[in-house]
Design a protein around this ligand. Sequence first.
Ligand code: IMP
Length: 423
Amino acid sequence: MFTIITGAQFGDEGKGKIVDLLTGDYDIIARFQGGDNAGHTIVVGGETYKLHLVPSGIHYRARLLIGPGTVMNPVVLMDELMKLKKSGIDITPARLGIDAKTSIIMPYHIELDSLHESARSDKIGTTKRGIGYAYIDKVARDEIQMIDIADSGRFMKRLKELAQQKEAAIAAMGGRRGVVTDQGHIKEYSEIGRKLAPYITDVSHEINRALAGGKKVLAEGAQGTHLDIIHGTQKYVTSSSTVAGSACANLGIGPKRVDEVIGVIKAYITRVGEGPLPTEQKNKIGEHLREKGGEFGTTTGRPRRCGWFDLPLARKAVDLNGYTGMALTKLDVLTGLDPVKICVQYTCNGKTAGYPPELASELSQCAPVYEEMEGWEDDLSGVKSFGDMPEGAQTYVKRLEELIGVDITYVSVGPGREQTFIR
Ligand code: IMP
């Protein structure tokens, strides 16, 4: 059984929480793209865990895998492993595997990302984690891989090959010299590489063997559909493919193996960084959503931009991912708003459209057309089943389901694991 979970909007849909909820049923949880630009918040027993790299299934016995399509900052991973250990969760090599070919985010990638972003007149608003530059090196075949940092001789040889090119790139952008040859960094990476060596594995082989043996595998997406490097709202996107098909390509699993594709979608929409967001509410409604929804970036702490549910974008997400079911999150955040609104179509250049135009420049010109529904006042946080919810909330979910055309299988009404129910 192979299930893929992706975010259906611009990231931060609550994927970590849904993965955590499902993990008990799976043998393997695998990350397939992105890096520590992602931030997954999981709340269990009142304790909050913020993860950037370790797959979300930490609380069960499932094996956790970081696939070769990800870009990994070993300092961040080590820090996460230490913090988890302190809270009593020991992620040993028996629990976590890192693919030998995983691209390593080097300090010079972070430097280049920051320099480039600061120099842009029209900003993207990247997380400045070096994600884009690590992927550039993968495509240019100039990457340093997990296997390289695990062996200091191999690591030094690779760094020597790349040093001049990287120093020149940093200098050309007005950056400081010596980032590549900084002995502190080299020592830190070598030490962490040595510690992570026992975690190295062949992720594709592991997953294919597990599937052949009847095991259950869950691929956990990071970021969201509309941040996809190919199909997203360029240039305001991340540097990896965030849609479901990417899980197959990046983990090395044939597409015929896929059984289920679950889209995680918020009851409203948010976006961090720049780029079009047609339903954005720069007013009291936006503030309500941000404050009540805790809409501040897990990775950067930046306030998220908030708006009403955007159906045209949801429709496109269904197409790009082929969802077989949806998980609707943060429905409780809408409590107290009356009316609640759903953007059912746009007006773009004088015409109505139920599907987003292909180009971000055109999307930014689109005005939302709303369907209004009666809101509800009752707190949802203690609700245990769909039928217990106030009428307004039930009607909202049913209407979304009808409009999206995919079953909403999970509804989440709070951060805790017990605050999600299956319909
Ligand atoms: P990068 O991934 O750091 O290069 O940033 C590119 C864009 O993707 C920026 O707009 C970021 O805010 C956004 N982004 C990256 N990761 C996430 C995420 O996990 N959630 C939401 N937005 C993200």
